[in-house]
Design a protein around this ligand. Structure first.
Ligand SMILES: NC(=O)c1ccc[n+]([C@@H]2O[C@H](COP(=O)([O-])OP(=O)(O)OC[C@H]3O[C@@H](n4cnc5c(N)ncnc54)[C@H](O)[C@@H]3O)[C@@H](O)[C@H]2O)c1
Length: 271
């Protein structure tokens, strides 16, 4: 690779953190960062999973990977986890704020849902993301540099076609998830303005539906979804998010902040 391209995408000497980095999209983000040469911390609620993925990445890419346990709905835990990263390397250049999703509180029955369930989903997908931005923001503002990448979703920019879910026997898609992910996109824009005088970039990525080979999604849903997608397929773990992560982590994106990079095979253009 030409040296100029290496300077755009190479991350040697950088320190990164990926929340929920042990599996799926978080693992993909961690793998892209490790392949580009960054040392990184990966967190999971399950420290055993974090240790396993950390060992795999450090062996494959020859970088240092620190496994951490983190429940991002607990602000004390978030502060202590970022403090551990600082104790480890003394800086943080990149945060991929990835943890989120349905979780045990996901309930598609909005009209019958409980306040506790609603709050739990918002806590995981929005408030926890804000806590992580705040801790990373403090560190990066003091450094006068850093890149925060929040993982939102196309659910934050589009309503779902619920007919497609209903005809495939799926109903458990909570509207609170969409509300939280739209919040992450708003957070990204306003926080980018707040932190840009301090040298910190904030962007987000909105993936479309993405799955692995062991997915339990009904085959009819996967076919319907692929048919609604200009590129004709579902997103895949292991590859589709990596390029966007590298672009927003490296100096290639030094003039980009407050943006929402949609990685959905074009799904959102047909709505
Ligand atoms: N897969 C998709 O179709 C898709 C589409 C759009 C957006 N996303 C978003 O991408 C991100 C990763 O999704 P995924 O597909 O890899 O899902 P996943 O369920 O496999 O991963 C979610 C991650 O979040 C972590 N997590 C859950 N609760 C947590 C908590 N309280 N504290 C800390 N970590 C917690 C999990 O341990 C896991 O690592 C999520 O934010 C999700 O909303 C996924």
């Amino acid at each position: 690779m030409h040296k100029e391209l290496e300077s755009f995408f190479g991350l040697e000497g950088k320190i990164a953190m990926v929340t929920g980095g042990a599996v799926h999209l978080g693992f993909d983000a961690a793998e892209a960062l490790a392949a580009a040469g960054a040392d990184l911390a990966i967190s999971s609620r399950d420290i055993g999973k974090a240790k396993k993925s950390a060992a795999l990445l450090s062996e494959k890419y020859g970088v240092e990977v620190l496994p951490l346990s983190l429940d991002q709905t607990n602000p004390q835990d978030v502060s202590e986890t970022f403090a551990r990263v600082m104790k480890w390397k003394g800086r943080l250049d990149i945060l991929v704020n990835n943890a989120g999703g349905g979780g045990p509180a996901a309930n598609g029955n909005f009209l019958g849902n409980s306040p506790a369930n609603i709050a739990a989903l918002i806590d995981l997908n929005l408030t926890g993301v804000i806590y992580c931005c705040r801790e990373a923001g403090k560190i990066m503002a003091a450094q006068r540099s850093g890149k925060i990448i929040n993982i939102a979703s196309i659910a934050g920019i589009l309503g779902r076609d619920r007919r497609m879910y209903a005809r495939n026997g799926m109903s458990g898609q909570p509207v609170e998830y969409a509300a939280a992910k739209a919040g992450v996109i708003g957070l990204t824009m306003d926080l980018a303005g707040y932190l840009s005088p301090m040298g910190v970039h904030v962007n987000c990525i909105s993936p479309g539906g993405t799955k692995g080979p062991d997915s339990k999604l009904p085959p009819g849903f996967v076919t319907d979804y692929a048919d609604r997608t200009p590129l004709g397929r579902f997103g895949e773990y292991g590859k589709d998010i990596k390029g966007a992560i590298l672009f927003l982590s490296g100096s290639a994106s030094d003039y980009v902040t407050g943006q929402n990079l949609v990685v959905d095979g074009g799904f959102s253009i047909w709505h």
